[in-house]
Design a protein around this ligand. Sequence first.
Ligand code: ADP
Ligand code: ZN
Ligand code: MG
Length: 483
Amino acid sequence: MSFEAVIGLEVHAQLLTKSKIFCGCSTQFGSSPNSQTCPVCLGMPGVLPVLNKKVVEYAIMLGLATNCTINRNSYFARKNYFYPDLPKGYQISQYELPICSDGYIMIKTKEGEKRIGITRIHMEEDAGKLIHEGAHSLVDLNRTGTPLLEIVSEPDMRTPEEAVSYLKELRQILLYLGICDGNMEEGSFRCDANVSVRRKGDTKFGTKTELKNINSFRFIQKALEYEIERQIDIIESGGKIIQETRLFDSSKGITISMRSKEEAHDYRYFPEPDLMPIFVDEVHIKKIKESLPELPYEKRQRFKDQYNIPEYDIEILTNERDISDFFEKCVSLYNNPKTLSNFFMTEIMKELNERKCGILETKLTPGNVVEIFKLLDEDKINYNGAKTILPKIIETGKSPSVLIEEMGLVQISDTSALESIVMDVLRNNKKELKEYLSGKDKLFAFFVGQVMKRTSGKANPKILQDLLKEKLSKISIDEVDNL
Ligand code: ADP
Ligand code: ZN
Ligand code: MG
C-alpha cells in the first residue's frame, strides 16, 4: 500500500520597515548587540506600544498579492510564554482575527500548476536572539520588536518538491513587493513545516509533526524527505505517529524530537489591551491595490505573450525583478528578445553566479550589453570576442568598442587587409597549395587555419572563407611557382 504526504507550511517573513513594529528603534541587521533598543522593545513596565502603519500596509500588500480577503477589522493578541529572548513575557501577535485570510497562490509542479491555499496572514513582533558561549548564554534584543508577517498555508502540498515550489513562489512575491529581503540564512524568511502521511485514498489526515529550524530550500527538501520516510516506517511497522515538534539536524540530515504535544505551550492568548483594534477602510485597500507592482506570475505571463522566448528562459529572467527590468531595458534598445535572452542565459547569468552578485552591483548597463550586439552585427567582433569582453565590462564599466580596441579583439573584416595575408599564406605553402589544386580538398581548412594563426583568430571567418575560395579558384597549378 503506498503512502502520500500532507504538508502545510508556516512562514515568518521579516519586514523591511526602517523602524520596529511598536517603537521607533531601527531594524538594521548586524549592529552591536542591544544598541537598537528602547524601553518599549525591552518590555519595561509602564510603556505603551504604538503600531507602525507601514506594517499594516505591507500586510495588506501581501494579502492582496496572495488573493486573500483583507479583514477590515482585526486586532492584536498577547501570546504568553516564558523565554529569555522575550523580555515582556508575551509576544504581541494576532490570533482570532488576523488581518488577511482565505487566499491562495499558484505554484509550479511536475503535473502543471497547482493552487495552494493560504489560511491566514497575520502581523507580529519578532523575539530577540540568544547567543550561546560555552556555559553562558547572552541575549541580544536588537531583533526584538522587528515586524514579521506569519503566512500559514493550508495542508495542500503532497511532496517535498511542492513545498519547496510554494516557498520559492511566496519568497519571490515578497521580493517583488519589496517588503522582505528573503534572506534565509539571516533568518528574514524562515519556515516551519508541518507534515503527516496517510495511505493513498484515505480522506482523513494523519497525525502531523512540526519541523523547525530549517534555513534553506535544500534543507526543507531534505528534512521533509527524511520525516516522511520516518513516519511511513513507523506506520508500516504497526506504530503510531505522535504529535510533536522536531528539529532538523542539517549535519546529520535527520529530524530529532524536541517536544511532544503534552509539553506544548499553552499560550493563554487574549486581546492586547494596549493597542486599538485595526480598522482598514476600502479606500485605503484600493489605494494599496493600485500601487502594487507587477507580480511574478503576471510578469511571467506577459513575457510569454510579448517576447516569444522559451519558458525556461522566462523562469530565469523573471526570477529577480532587477534582472527582468534590465532585460526589458535591453530589449527596448535592441529589439531582438531571443538573441538577448540567449546571451543572458548563457553568458550574463554565468558571470553573475560566479561573482555571486546582483546585476545592479556590476558595472554592466543595458547600453553596453546592446553595444556588444551592435558590434556583433557589424562584424567588428565575433561571439568569442563578445564572451571575452563581458567580464571586463562587468568589472570596469568600459564601453565594448573601447575594450575591443584595447584588448585587440577587433575582427579583420577589411577584404584588402585579409587579401594580402591570404596571398602570403598561399605563397609560403606551395607544397600544400599544389596538393590542394590537384584535388586534396581537405587542405582548405589548413589555409583557413594558417590565416587565423597569422591574425590571432581575428579574421572574420565568413569573409575569409569567401576570399580564400575565390583566390583558390583563380589559381592554376602551373602558376604556383611564380605566385
Ligand atoms: P496547530 O493547531 O498545531 O497550530 P493548525 O491547524 O493551526 O495546527 O495548522 C498549522 C499548520 O499545519 C498549517 O500550515 C496547516 O496547514 C498544517 N497542518 C494541519 N494539519 C496537518 C496535517 N494533518 N498534516 C500536515 N499539515 C497539517
Ligand atoms: Zn525600541
Ligand atoms: Mg495553529
